[in-house]
Design a protein around this ligand. Sequence first.
Ligand code: FE2
Ligand code: FE2
Length: 337
Amino acid sequence: MAVSRCPCVLTPAGVGTSGDPGVLTPKARGALSEQLFEVMRTGATSWHSLIDAEPESRDDAHIALWALYELHYRGFDDVDDSLEWNPGAVAVRGGLERQFEAELRARRTPVDVPRSFADHFFSYVAGHDGASLASFIHREADLDQVLEVLRHRSIYHLKESDPVAWVVPRLPALTQAALMELQYDEYGRGNPNQLHAHLFAKGMEASGLRSGHGAYINDVPVEILEQNNAMSLFGLHRRVRGAALGHLAAFEVTSSLPSRQVSRGLTRVGLPTEISAYYDEHVEADAVHEQLAVRTICGSLLEQEPGLVDDVYFGAFTCLDLEDRYARRVLGEWAAA
Ligand SMILES: [Fe+2]
Ligand SMILES: [Fe+2]
């Protein structure tokens, strides 16, 4: 007989994890996304003109792809749920994904396959010299800049770990068990109030921000859309499961110390403890998760499927590169201002 492990009541924190009222389709960023959202909202059958249509810009492509992925998460209030597996929607998504994946693969230099995976992976991540948004938040950012970053980050943190959850049934048993150990923490260890996405939602509300899924989607730069779309791309395609876990491992390895810096920065600009608590949780948790993700999750995957090593590094590079692109974008804009 199933026994409930959780004695607690969920503390309301907006829609991140409770009573989700959904969200409307975002603002279009070009002709392709405009036509796509119109078709999604009205249920018109003119998908054929969208398949392999050329987007006007990266913004146009990525807001379209983000919205198509969203059909697999929480959906939209103004779109029928049945569109999730509509052949036209899947075909449009496929065209955008092929273009995006080709761009991501073209950005990186493949690494020589290491003899000892874990040590090599840690030094590979450490050797990636990217811009540090966390250290700027720690020491210099003002309140408006910090709030801007929280709005941007909310697109992912309010559905934290959901893209990785798609990967679980696609893995060998040892890797599944290790990944679920990590996911168990991410999803609150049986306590909905400790769910990381819910911690972030509570922090957003305490900071005077909205906590609805995609509430700030119209405000985010394309680099944020790319980050989110890459995670969904890796999560939803079994063929790139190695990239999904490499991305996860790089994410965890680069989380603990930056989380401490961000937490201190949030406190410095006067934001409430609810939001710094989210980052504090990651200081300790991700110090453990980085070992779990690299040594046990990726390690066990590669022992059983060594041919996936290149994709593990592809996922890791993508994680580091997209974060670097986002950091350079916001730091550059603030410097220019
Ligand atoms: Fe987390
Ligand atoms: Fe984590």
